[in-house]
Design a protein around this ligand. Structure first.
Ligand code: GLP
Length: 241
């Protein structure tokens, strides 16, 4: 696991985009694992800028997203389908047939999603954000690590954190479909982006804490190719040690 403390959000975004761009240069038909939330938006902006400058070609790239809320219409702007359209898919030359997200229909599609990842040859590089409680994708703190794609009941902390996108916490869906920890660990490389002071504890627990499903991201300590990119604030507790 490598920690890179960047200056600020833009610096984190530029560095993450550079790593992903390198992956696309090395393997034009690579499988990118993608994430939602405010953390990766800057990375997507940087990738779009590289595409617009003629430096990146997404025509052969395949993508698989981490998660989707259960029971939300894909046209709803708060769905992760709509989020990805807005922040990346509609702005680069990704082919619609090459982008994949969990349908959000519940358990029925989970196995099909695992198969889709497997049939694509596995994930070459997985981009991750991190929840304040150390969740990745929607793998919430739990007694066990999950393996494959599954339905998750969101914790009160995550509902509260994600309420900022909805009119109120009451409107945040209570369930999601998420890739499992096994799917994420099977990615050849992982890039986790974390910014802001409210992520500092999760970052420290991820890197320095015990490996435990209570801090799902801590399992990344075992990943052979994992880069954690933080700004000064999210990385600040790593300075004390
Ligand atoms: C959601 C997503 C995660 C994301 C997390 C943090 O719960 N399912 O993939 O990492 O939020 O989001 P943000 O980057 O907005 O802080």
């Amino acid at each position: 696991m490598r920690l890179i403390r960047a200056k600020d959000y833009n610096d984190v975004s530029r560095k993450a985009a550079n790593i992903i761009a390198a992956q696309i240069y090395l393997k034009p038909d690579c499988v990118l694992g993608l994430a939602t939330g405010s953390s990766p938006v800057g990375t997507y902006k940087e990738l779009i800028a590289k595409y617009e400058a003629g430096d990146l070609d997404f025509s052969k790239v395949r993508t698989v997203n981490l998660d989707e809320y259960v029971g939300i219409n894909h046209k709803n702007p708060l769905s992760y389908h709509a989020f990805m359209q807005e922040h990346l898919f509609s702005k680069v030359n990704l082919r619609p047939e090459n982008v994949h997200l969990p349908s959000g229909n519940g358990a029925a599609d989970a196995e099909a999603y695992d198969k889709a990842i497997h049939d694509a040859g596995g994930i070459d590089i997985q981009l991750l954000g991190i929840g304040r409680n150390g969740h990745i994708g929607f793998n919430e703190p739990a007694d066990d690590f999950t393996y494959g794609t599954h339905v998750v009941t969101l914790t009160a902390d995550t509902i509260e954190a994600n309420a900022r996108f909805f009119k109120s916490a009451d409107e945040v869906p209570r369930q999601a479909v998420s890739m499992g920890i096994g799917n994420i660990m099977a990615a050849k490389c992982v890039v986790l982006v974390a910014t802001g002071e409210n992520k500092a504890k999760a970052v420290r627990d991820t890197i320095r804490g015990p490996i435990t499903p209570r801090v799902p991201a801590s399992v990344l300590q075992l990943h052979p190719c994992c880069v954690i990119l933080t700004d000064r604030e999210a990385g600040k507790l790593m300075l004390e040690e």
